[in-house]
Each structure stands twice: as C-alpha cells, then as structure tokens.
Design a protein. Structure first.
Length: 201
C-alpha cells in the first residue's frame, strides 16, 4: 500500500471484532515500525504499553467512558513518554555516531533539558503524536483499522499500569478488525483555510 493510500483510507474506527487476535509476528512488526518514529535528539522517549491482560483491559475501559474499543480491539496500546529519558545514559542514543558528533549532541541534550520541564513535556507529547501516526499508518498497511484516543482518566490509567513518576500518558491507539466500515468523512475544511503561506494576515 502506498503511503498516500494509507493516509486517505485511514479512519478512526470505534467498532471492532472482539474475537480477532493479531499474531505475535504482526504485533512485533507494528511496534518495530512505531520505533522508527522521530524524536528530538533521538532520545526515543516514547514507551508503548501493550495491554494484553483482559482483566486490566476491562479496568481501563471502566475509566475510559466505557468505550467498547478499549476491550474489543485486538490491541490496546497506551503511548506514554519518559520525561527523563534525556538524562538516562544519553550517550546510547548516539552510540553509532562519530565520537565528535556524539560528544556534541550528548552535551546539547543536557543543556537543552536541564531545568526545562516544559520542554520535557512538550517533546514527549510531540514524539508520542508522531509515533501514534506511524502506528496508525503501519496498521492500515497491515490490513487493520485504528482509533487514537484521549477519552480516558489519565491519572486512573496511570495507576492501573503502574506508570513511573517520571512518565506521562500521551494517548491510546487501539488496533483491530472493524465490524463495519467507517462513516464518510463528516466535513473537511478547505485547503485555503488551513494552509497559510509565510504569515497570518
């Protein structure tokens, strides 16, 4: 499938076949592709919590407005961000780079994030969003539909998955086989309203 086709055909689907199971190979392929998503300074601070425990899935559904896709989709992936990934042995993010570049970038990581909590959080959210899009497009190519979600109690989900104190939830992405086709697009804004050249008037 061409990328343009996946973009055109990707829709948020909320009704999934609860009996469909993805293979371990499919899950590994999907997550491996997600890990190719870009991150600032290559710190790879996304953490993907793949929830396979059915009891936990039901507990999470209870704090997610009882949305059926949380339990019925083949996969529930909770994207989280490790806000302190930048200080956890940052040299490993540049281990294959020339030493001069690695030394420069490791220092730049330290200088950029130290005492800059807003940057930590902003980068985590940006990176999580890009990883979510990678997941959704890769899943579409694999023949699956998806739904990005933020309709859940972030604190309650954090407790249920034992989220470390230096991590934050970003969003869910559910993946599965749809029970029905997505409805037609409900209303796209015109290109000339959302694309601005150079500056706003």
């Amino acid at each position: 499938m061409k990328v343009s086709q996946a973009i055109n055909e990707r829709r948020s689907v909320k009704s999934y076949d609860p009996d469909h199971r993805m293979t371990e190979a499919e899950i590994e392929q999907l997550m491996s592709l997600a890990m190719l998503s870009p991150t600032a300074f290559n710190i790879q601070h996304w953490r993907f919590v793949v929830v396979t425990d059915p009891v936990l899935r039901h507990q999470i559904r209870a704090v997610s407005w009882n949305q059926a896709q949380v339990t019925d989709a083949s996969l529930l992936i909770i994207l989280t961000a490790d806000l302190k990934a930048w200080e956890k042995d940052p040299a490993r993010y540049w281990v294959n780079a020339p030493k001069q570049a690695s030394d420069y970038l490791v220092k730049a990581i330290h200088d950029y994030y130290t005492d800059h909590a807003q940057a930590e959080r902003d980068e985590g959210m940006r990176s999580g969003g890009m990883a979510a899009m990678t997941l959704m497009l890769a899943a579409k190519e694999m023949g699956y539909d998806t739904c990005p979600m933020d309709g859940f109690d972030f604190d309650a989900v954090g407790k249920l998955i034992n989220l470390p104190a230096d991590h934050v939830p970003v969003m869910f992405v559910v993946v599965g086989k749809p029970l029905e086709a997505a409805k037609p697009r409900s209303g796209q804004l015109p290109l000339n309203e959302v694309v601005i050249y150079n500056r706003f008037e």
